[in-house]
Design a protein around this ligand. Structure first.
Ligand code: PEP
Ligand code: MN
Length: 337
């Protein structure tokens, strides 16, 4: 349920309303926008009398929210969510560029790539330490050692790190990670979502390869229901009948998510296409469509990468792309001003 308050509500009446709701086991999220203050009510609101609330002096209107996701709903929180990560932020008109190798392979490799992508304008370093691989015989990642190498790369460059958590048992190792990534294959691992909801590090949820928008938002809701409001969505291609590309990038997800939710959305054109030459046009398309950022795989030697070489850009190709992305983003902002 959403309660929209009148301008400058009387503080005593405001406090009275909030404690009355809390006594009924309702959690109240207050969103102070440029316009009206909005109260998002979560819990069993079925027994609340909407007419009674609407009749209060400080209340402008009361609406029941039909969608099953409440915290993630834009109606609940009209302003865009902006997530602070280190010295940078995700959302709020910025363009976040997460770049780095599919997998961390060695300290030298990840440090060299981190330095290169930083020089090109990347704002975060990506790299998998725990890797979800289709084959049990494929490289599974360096695990805890890979996380240590990522931290060395952060130390050397100042870039915050985003890396995938595959299993609950790994969570204690992620204490010093900046953004926890939940991979496409784990989008509906509800125990994992609950666990990352009970800590306060930002969580980026990649869309499952056959997940609907509502299922994806319900995964965000799991994290937010646990108390962690720092959720980022990442579209990384969905499975369709088309086999030419690894997946099919759903760019419509950007404006749809902007309408349905206040959470930032990142596009991953690398896993979406599986081909290095498609990363540039689709990344440009994502910025033009309003994405808050990109996640791009970059490798210093793609031909010998232990994972996803064919979709990885060389640092010099990434450099050209990153400059184009920032130029496009800046010119779109000028158009909007
Ligand atoms: C990844 O980003 O390393 C990854 C495995 O992506 P996805 O979960 O989207 O397949
Ligand atoms: Mn990969």
């Amino acid at each position: 349920m959403i309660v929209v308050l009148k301008h400058n509500p009387n503080q005593d009446q405001f406090d009275g309303l909030v404690s009355w709701l809390q006594d009924k086991n309702i959690t109240v999220h207050t969103s102070l926008g440029h316009g009206n203050t909005v109260l998002g009510l979560v819990g069993d609101t079925s027994k609340l009398d909407t007419d009674l609330i609407a009749a209060l002096d400080i209340v402008e209107s009361v609406k029941r929210v039909q969608e099953p996701y409440k915290n993630a709903n834009r109606k609940f929180h009209p302003e865009d969510t902006v997530i602070k990560v280190g010295n940078t932020q995700i959302g709020g008109g910025t363009l976040t560029i997460m770049a780095g190798p599919c997998s961390v392979e060695s300290e030298d490799q990840v440090v060299a790539i981190a330095k290169a992508v930083k020089a090109s304008g990347a704002t975060m370093l990506r790299g998998g330490a725990f890797k979800p691989r289709t084959s049990p015989y494929a490289f599974q990642g360096l695990g805890a050692t890979g996380l240590e190498y990522l931290k060395v790369a952060r130390q050397e460059t100042g870039l915050p790190i985003v890396t995938e958590l595959m299993d609950l048992s790994q969570l204690p190792l992620f204490d010093d990670v900046d953004v926890i990534q939940i991979g496409a294959r784990n989008m509906q691992n509800f125990d994992l979502l609950k666990a990352v909801g009970h800590q306060d590090k930002p969580v980026m949820i990649k869309r499952g390869m056959s997940a609907t928008y509502e299922e994806w938002l319900m995964s965000a809701e799991y994290v937010m229901a646990g108390g962690n409001q720092n959720v980022i969505l990442c579209e990384r291609g969905i499975r369709t009948f088309e086999h030419y590309t690894r997946n099919t990038l759903d760019l419509a997800a950007i404006p749809v998510m902007k309408k349905l939710t206040h959470l930032p959305i990142i596009i991953d054109p690398s896993h979406a296409t599986g081909k290095n030459w498609l990363v540039d046009p689709l990344a440009m398309g994502a910025v033009a469509t309003g994405a808050d950022g990109l996640q791009i795989e970059v490798h210093n030697d793609p031909a010998h990468a232990l994972c996803d070489g064919p979709q990885s850009l060389k640092p010099e190709t990434f450099d050209t792309l990153a400059r184009k992305l920032l130029t496009l983003h800046n010119s779109l902002q000028t158009l909007e001003d």
